[in-house]
Each structure stands twice: as structure tokens, then as C-alpha cells.
Design a protein around this ligand. Structure first.
Ligand code: ASP
Length: 589
């Protein structure tokens, strides 16, 4: 007889007769008619181990509990006819116990590890090691590993060098708040944790590396959302002497390689849209391209309307945007009222609906709609009998934004957002500046290192808001996967952009002096991009939250519940770091 240590997913009928050794956790223990069955689990599968009452280990087996850790030796045998388990890869066999060694005991877990049932997320995060034992989480984290490996393989093949950049740096502006680390050696001074390695990867180009890549950790102190974490991981790349087209080709090929090697899916060429087209057709700069339902601007139809909602929108320079709801004529007035509420939650003033019902047109604005108006709107969105049309009248670009969010909602309700379909697209030609939501001031739509579109420098004094940027985004299924740009490589141009953003010469020197100086020593033209790995893996796994694909994430309140961070630190450490506690905060010895 041979004896092998095997994984718990390995045994098949052909192994019958072998003596094997298995190690793992108890997935489940059952007492059945005198026999004890233990399902032993590791990351590769589950094997049934059978304890016969005649065997000396039977008494110990009676006290085994879920999640205890065992090493067993047993003889493989085929299960009695009719007791096979077709849901298990090892379901044709079982191991009859020869030797039992209890390697460790487990407390009773606070939730079932062996079932994929809904568990409060905070509890899962507090006991993350148990949560990660569950097959779905094992698969997600392993898929993440394979995706990152494929990215590295691809980049290596294309001549990229992985360069690690430091965690303790000077503040890098990516538009978020920095996490700061107080310096012990320099009282009152701080390092910042990188919001991204942006300036360092550009300096790597100035340093002559040609092609840089990094699986980079980025830290941004932002409010949490489903797709955000205080720290996240990017595939960060930078290339010298490249055109925008070369960056797009490289990143598109990288994604195609990842999908092909990891998921076995051949992607078709990525859609291309300008920012203007994206807003006009889909209302948002991260359109979900899995389905059509293109928006239509119907200002012209209502140019002479007496309907006050439309009239006032048009008179104040706003727009009326129409969206088709396939099959929407089946909705009740109450359903339409609910949709109107949703439009308000999206920030809109409201919504007008038209139902193309078989028994005649109905509308929340029926009195004001001539047959010709309905016909024109119907034609604009290519609606058919049985559909509904939703109309949003608001300021520009709010009307498009609300319609765009509603388009995603309608896509969801009409089951047009198949998670197995992957619709990638490039959005290019972004405006250089946008109005920052918090400050109300113009700020770069990407970042201050982005080059304006060729020819648009001329607008910098006259009409800066009209400048376009050499900035591109990659979108997938309604998510922004990442952004990049061709960079400014001339020091005087970089200073000019900082000045436009309101920085004085002293501020430029203080914050970016080192960087502008590096540009002064022969910086090559360069460009690059960063893709959010957490989002990519989330979509590839069919998950809806990035915390499902990060081994040790923070919760929605930015807390690490397992380690209990952030937490207070001893007073001595505070003193070493020259920090004083605010009077109301708790102290610890
Ligand atoms: N640093 C940018 C970001 O993190 C990406 C880039 O421009 O390459 O979004």
C-alpha cells in the first residue's frame, strides 16, 4: 500500500485502496447510525472521512467540532452505491479512518463557515480569517492573484520594469486628502502616504527607464463608497516617447491578455467615445456599454411649448433629455411615481413620462403634449408601441447626468446588464478643467501633470474652461477602471499649469520644486495610466463590492474591524512624534 499526503479535493474512484494522508478543517461532522462522518476541507475541496465505532479514534471523533484542524490517515474506498455525492468532486469516495491527529481546536465560529449564507458584513470583517475560509472568498482572492500575475507577465513581455516607489513621500495631489505620517526626527514635519506614485513614475521616465510598471498601493482619505477603500491597488504604468494611441493599445492589449488567460474570454475591440459623445449618448462619462438605450436631446421638439417645466428649462439654457424604457407601457402610475422619486434622488428636479400603451398614449403631462410632440420624441429615442419614454428637464449637464443614471436603472430593470458580458470602452478628449464639487472652483479633471490637447494652450488665458486634455479613461460595464494622460514634459509648461490653478511661484517651489527641477534636466515626452485592480477583480468575479475581492479591507466607516484600527497609541509614542492629544480624546498609558 502507498501512502501520500493529498489535498482534500484530490481523491477519485480510481484511488480506491490507497492509504492517504489528508490535512484540513472540519467542514461538517455528522453522526449517522453509529458511524461518524467528517467532511474535511482545505482550499482545494472536501473529502468525507468515516469513523467506524470499532476504531480506537471513534471516541475522540465524537468530540470533534466544525473548524477543528486535523491530520488523518485513511484508506480510500468507493462509497456504497446510492450514497455518492455528485456535488463534490471527491463524492464517489471516502476515506476510512486509520489514524487521527487533532492539530488544533476551534472555538465555535460566530457564523457558518461551511455555508454561503448572508452574514452581517461587520461580523465577517471582524473574523475575516473565518470569512476568507469560505469557498467564494477563496476563489475571489485566488482569481485576484491570477489577474495580477497576468498583468505582470504581460508587462514583462512588453519590456516594462517593475519599480517600487516609497510609501513615505511628499504629498502628491490626486484631488483627495492625504494620509499623513508624523516625523519623529523632524518635529512638526510629516510624510504623506502616496495618493499614487504619479510624480515618481514620471521621474522614472526622466531617469531613463523607458517603461515603468508597478502593482501600486495608493492611499486617499476620501469618503467611503461601494467602490472605494482608503487604500487600494492600481496597475500603474508609464511610458517614454509614446503617443496617446500607444498607451491605449498597450492597456487594451493588457486587458485582453488578462481576460483571455484568466477568464478564457476573447474580448472584442474596445469601443471608442469622446467625452462629448459619452455625455450626449449616455449622460455619464463612464457609460455602461452593455446596452443601447441612447439618450436624445429633444429641446427642438419643445422649443415653442407652453408646458412650464420644459419652457423654463429651455429659457434658462437647460436641456430636455429623453430616454426609452423598453416595455415601460406596462408600468403603473405608481411605478412612474417611484421612478420620479429616484430621478430626484439622482439630483434632478423631476421626471415627465409618456406611456405608449396599446389603449392609447398616457402621460404625466398629457395636457401639454401634442400628438406631433409625442411622435417626434418617439422617433428621437426609437421607441415602439408598448414602451415608455422618460423625460428630464434640467440645467446642462444635470439633465444628462440624471437621464444617464436613470438609463442604468432602466438597464438594470430590463435585465440588460448581464454580469457575464464585459463591455470595455475608451473615453477620450476630456475637458482640462472641471468645477470641483467641494470648493466650487475649477480643478483639473485628471491631475495637474496632464498635457492639454495639442493646440489648446492658446485657450489658457482666454477660455481655460474650454481647454481639452490629453486624458483618457477606460470604462467597463458602467465603472471607471482607470485614467491616464500624456504628461507635460516641459518645465515652463508645467509651471504655467500650476499658475493657472492659482499657485504662486513660492507655492510651486515649495510643493513641486523637486519635480519641476527634474523636468529641467531633459525629461522625455511621456504618458501613462493607472487601472484600479480592485474594481477589475470585482467585475471579473461578478461581485458588487470591492471589499469582496480585498483580503483585509476596511469597513464602510474606514475601520479595520479585525485589528481595530485606527486606534489610540501609547502616550510615549505620541511624545516621541511630537504630537499632543486634543483635550477631549482618550489617553492610554
Ligand atoms: N496617477 C493617476 C491616478 O492614480 C493615473 C495616471 O495618470 O497615470 O489616477
Amino acid at each position: 500500500m502507498t501512502r501520500d499526503r493529498l489535498s482534500c479535493g484530490a481523491l477519485r474512484a480510481a484511488d480506491a485502496g490507497k492509504m492517504v494522508e489528508l490535512c484540513g478543517w472540519i467542514n461538517r461532522r455528522r453522526d449517522h447510525g453509529g458511524l461518524i462522518f467528517v467532511d474535511l476541507r482545505d482550499h482545494e475541496g472536501v473529502t468525507q472521512v468515516v469513523f467506524d465505532p470499532a476504531h480506537p479514534s471513534f471516541a475522540e471523533a465524537e468530540h470533534l467540532r466544525n473548524e477543528d484542524v486535523l491530520r488523518v490517515r485513511g484508506t480510500v474506498r468507493t462509497r456504497p452505491a446510492g450514497t455518492e455525492n455528485p456535488r463534490l468532486a471527491t463524492g464517489d469516495v471516502e476515506a476510512a479512518i486509520e489514524e487521527l491527529e487533532i492539530l488544533n481546536r476551534s472555538l465555535v465560529p460566530p457564523f457558518q463557515v461551511n455555508a454561503d449564507e448572508a452574514v452581517d458584513e461587520n461580523l465577517r470583517l471582524e473574523y475575516r480569517y473565518l470569512d476568507l475560509r469560505r469557498p467564494r472568498m477563496q476563489e475571489n482572492i485566488r482569481l485576484r492573484h491570477r489577474i495580477i500575475k497576468a498583468m505582470r507577465d504581460f508587462c514583462d513581455e512588453r519590456g516594462f520594469v517593475e519599480i517600487e516607489t516609497p510609501m513615505l513621500i511628499k504629498s502628491t495631489p490626486e484631488g483627495a486628502r492625504d494620509y499623513l505620517v508624523p516625523s519623529r526626527l523632524y518635529p512638526g514635519s510629516f510624510y504623506a502616504l502616496p495618493q499614487s506614485p504619479q510624480m515618481l513614475k514620471q521621474i522614472s521616465m526622466i531617469a531613463g527607464f523607458g517603461r515603468y510598471m508597478q502593482i501600486a498601493r495608493c492611499m486617499r482619505d476620501e469618503d467611503q463608497r461601494a467602490d472605494r477603500q482608503p487604500e487600494f491597488t492600481q496597475l500603474d504604468v508609464e511610458m517614454s516617447f509614446c503617443t496617446q494611441e500607444e498607451v491605449l493599445e498597450t492597456m487594451e492589449s493588457c486587458m485582453r491578455y488578462v481576460w483571455q488567460t484568466v477568464l478564457g474570454i476573447e474580448l472584442s475591440p474596445f469601443a471608442r467615445l469622446t467625452h462629448r459623445e459619452a455625455i450626449a449618448k449616455y449622460g455619464l462619462d463612464k457609460p455602461d456599454l452593455r446596452f443601447g438605450l441612447e439618450l436624445a436631446n429633444v429641446d427642438a421638439v419643445f422649443a415653442a411649448t407652453e408646458f412650464v417645466v420644459f419652457k423654463s428649462a429651455i429659457e434658462s439654457g437647460g436641456s430636455i433629455v429623453a430616454l426609452r424604457y423598453p416595455g415601460g407601457a406596462a408600468l403603473s402610475r405608481r411605478d412612474f411615481d417611484n421612478l420620479t422619486e429616484i430621478a430626484k434622488q439622482f439630483g434632478g428636479k423631476g421626471m415627465v413620462w409618456i406611456s405608449l400603451a396599446p389603449d392609447g398614449m398616457k402621460s404625466s403631462a398629457a395636457k401639454f403634449l401634442a400628438d406631433a410632440d409625442v411622435a417626434a420624441v418617439t422617433a428621437a429615442v426609437e421607441a415602439e408601441p408598448g414602451d415608455a419614454i422618460l423625460l428630464f428637464a434640467d440645467a446642462v449637464p444635470l439633465a444628462h447626468a440624471v437621464a444617464g443614471k436613470m438609463r442604468n436603472e432602466v438597464g438594470e430593470r430590463c435585465r440588460l446588464r448581464d454580469p457575464q458580458t464585459f463591455a470595455f470602452g475608451w473615453v477620450t478628449g476630456f475637458p482640462y478643467l472641471e468645477i470641483d464639487e467641494e470648493s466650487g472652483k475649477p480643478a483639473p479633471a485628471h491631475h495637474a501633470f496632464t498635457a492639454p490637447a495639442p493646440g489648446d494652450w492658446a485657450l489658457i488665458d482666454r477660455a481655460p474652461m474650454e481647454m481639452r486634455a490629453q486624458h483618457y479613461d477606460l470604462v467597463l460595464n458602467g465603472w471607471e477602471l482607470g485614467s491616464g494622460s500624456i504628461r507635460i514634459h516641459k518645465p515652463e509648461e508645467q509651471r504655467r499649469i500650476f499658475e493657472m490653478l492659482g499657485l504662486s511661484a513660492d507655492q510651486i517651489e515649495e510643493r513641486f520644486g523637486f519635480f519641476v527641477r527634474a523636468l529641467e534636466y531633459g525629461a522625455p515626452p511621456h504618458g501613462g495610466m493607472a487601472l484600479g485592480i480592485d474594481r477589475i477583480v470585482m467585475i471579473a468575479c461578478g461581485e458588487e463590492n470591492i471589499r469582496e475581492v480585498i483580503a483585509f479591507p476596511k469597513n464602510q466607516g474606514a475601520r479595520d474591524l479585525m485589528m481595530d484600527a485606527p486606534s489610540s497609541v501609547p502616550d510615549q509614542l505620541m511624545a516621541d512624534l511630537h504630537l499632543r492629544r486634543a483635550p477631549e480624546s482618550p489617553s492610554r498609558g
